[in-house]
Design a binder for this molecule. Structure first.
Ligand SMILES: Cc1cc2nc3c(=O)[nH]c(=O)nc-3n(C[C@H](O)[C@H](O)[C@H](O)COP(=O)(O)OP(=O)(O)OC[C@H]3O[C@@H](n4cnc5c(N)ncnc54)[C@H](O)[C@@H]3O)c2cc1C
Length: 415
């Protein structure tokens, strides 16, 4: 019987495991992280490289370790202080390689890889009526007292409607498709159109503009914002005042979060790269949409919504991921364990413990982290810092329930 099984070994799953082990309340033998990748954090590292990201958008105090200045100490201790990039009106931000090397250092220092089991979780069941959970992969099962779902941003890339009737070998790909290889895509002999209007599209366009001519096609004017939400959303006090006062599971919580997140924006340091590429003549920004496209022998023939068209192009989509609640495991868990889902299918959580509530109102043994926890953890839930907030509440909830267990068993023990 494990104490915790964390489903997903990305930024959140790894950070949570680090906090649980660091608290001294759990041993490696009591904890498992199940993830199909061959290494923890591999999903984030792959995505970051696929889109040509050079630096984190968040600051140097946002990382997977428990001590806020851990990354800065790591950087200066390894002679890499210059990889903390100065940013106007914002704390320094780490380069991607510094962030990842520090994360690997944390994983090694705490032997977190010892907790990692490779596998994809297909179901979670309750074999003994609420006393424990069973986490199932195709190969094995784990019995555990608690589960945390840390499944990431969304299950599948989002494809616009016009892409549906397209052969597999068409010159069309999505940046979040498994196996997307930016190096191979730069070898295309024709024009490249990057579709999207946020940071991922902008970074991808800048990367490609170093080798070929690129058109960045956005549905809306490009907008600039540095953080993904105001840093005051890091604080529980602010989250409790502005989110927890709204009814759990309500559309009002979503609306408030949508209104304060800087979604589909581009930070100034990426906007500067875009402007430089435009000035060099390597990149053009076009506001509009593709209405249809046909595969030809030498790329795509693309028609835009304004009626104009262009031939011999490859299209790279940076159009995001399907919503996190659409993950099949979320539906399976909710249906099998009788858990409550609110507006837009998000789990309804106990705001204090982050336990996913049963439809009868009681806390279940399942918690969530990352984007799935947004309606309780707020607009930065999906970000690196969101994992730290979840870890704090999990540890508070655990020490309370362990304390209760101890108190209940003490008389018999003493007797
Ligand atoms: C390119 C990029 C740059 C970003 N930059 C920043 C930044 O600078 N600052 C910031 O704060 N945030 C940033 N974010 C947002 C956020 O921090 C990252 O998306 C982060 O990876 C989220 O962590 P996660 O653990 O929720 O998801 P992931 O890191 O994607 O991990 C989810 C894991 O769950 C696993 N999984 C899914 N389903 C199953 C299953 N059924 N069984 C087992 N395992 C499963 C996946 O394999 C994956 O490893 C960025 C996001 C992206 C995509």
């Amino acid at each position: 019987m494990y104490e915790y099984v964390i489903v997903g070994g990305g930024v959140h799953g790894t950070c949570l495991a680090n906090y649980l082990i660091d608290s001294g309340g759990y041993t490696h033998d009591e904890l498992r992280i199940v993830d199909p990748r061959d290494a923890l954090l591999a999903s984030f590292a792959t995505k970051a490289r696929q889109c040509g990201m050079r630096t984190l958008r968040s600051s140097f105090v946002h990382h997977i370790d428990t001590e806020p200045f851990s990354l800065e100490t790591f950087a200066t201790g390894h002679g890499r202080g210059d990889e903390l990039v100065a940013t106007e009106d914002y704390p320094n931000r780490p380069t991607l390689e510094l962030f990842l090397d520090h994360a690997r250092y944390v994983i090694d220092r705490r032997d977190l890889a010892d907790c990692h089991v490779q596998g994809t979780v297909s179901a979670i069941t309750e074999p003994d009526h609420g006393e424990s959970l069973r986490v199932e992969t195709d190969e094995r099962a784990f019995d555990t007292r608690r589960v945390v779902l840390a499944l990431g941003l969304g299950p599948q890339p989002t494809y616009p409607e016009w892409t549906t009737p397209m052969p597999d070998d068409a010159a069309l790909t999505h940046v979040w498709e498994e196996g997307f290889d930016p190096t191979a895509a730069t070898a295309f002999d024709g024009r490249t159109i990057v579709v999207g209007g946020g940071i991922t599209a902008a970074q991808l366009a800048c990367r490609f503009a170093e080798q070929t001519h690129v058109t960045l096609l956005s549905r809306h004017d490009l907008e600039t914002a540095l953080p993904e939400a105001d840093p005051q959303w890091i604080n529980w006090g602010h989250i409790e005042t502005h989110i927890h006062t709204l009814p759990a599971g309500s559309q009002a919580r979503h609306d408030r979060i949508r209104n304060v997140r800087n979604d589909a924006t581009i930070p100034p340091y990426v906007m500067d790269r875009l402007t430089d590429a435009c000035n060099r003549g390597d990149l053009a920004v076009r506001i509009g949409e593709i209405s249809c496209a046909h595969a030809t022998g030498d790329g795509l023939l693309v028609r835009f919504a304004d009626g104009r068209s262009t031939a011999t192009v490859q299209v790279l989509l940076a159009t995001g991921l399907e919503p996190a609640p659409d993950h099949p495991l979320v539906s399976q868990v909710a249906e099998t364990l009788g858990l409550e889902r609110g507006a837009n299918g998000f789990p309804v959580l106990n705001d204090r413990t982050l336990a996913w509530r049963r439809t009868d109102g009681a806390d279940s043994r399942v918690s969530v982290s990352g984007m799935l926890a947004e309606t309780t953890v707020g607009p930065l839930a999906r970000n690196v810092i969101g994992a730290r907030r979840v870890a704090e509440r999990l540890l508070t909830g655990c020490s309370e329930s362990r304390g209760q267990r101890r108190t209940a068993s003490e008389p018999a023990h003493l007797g």
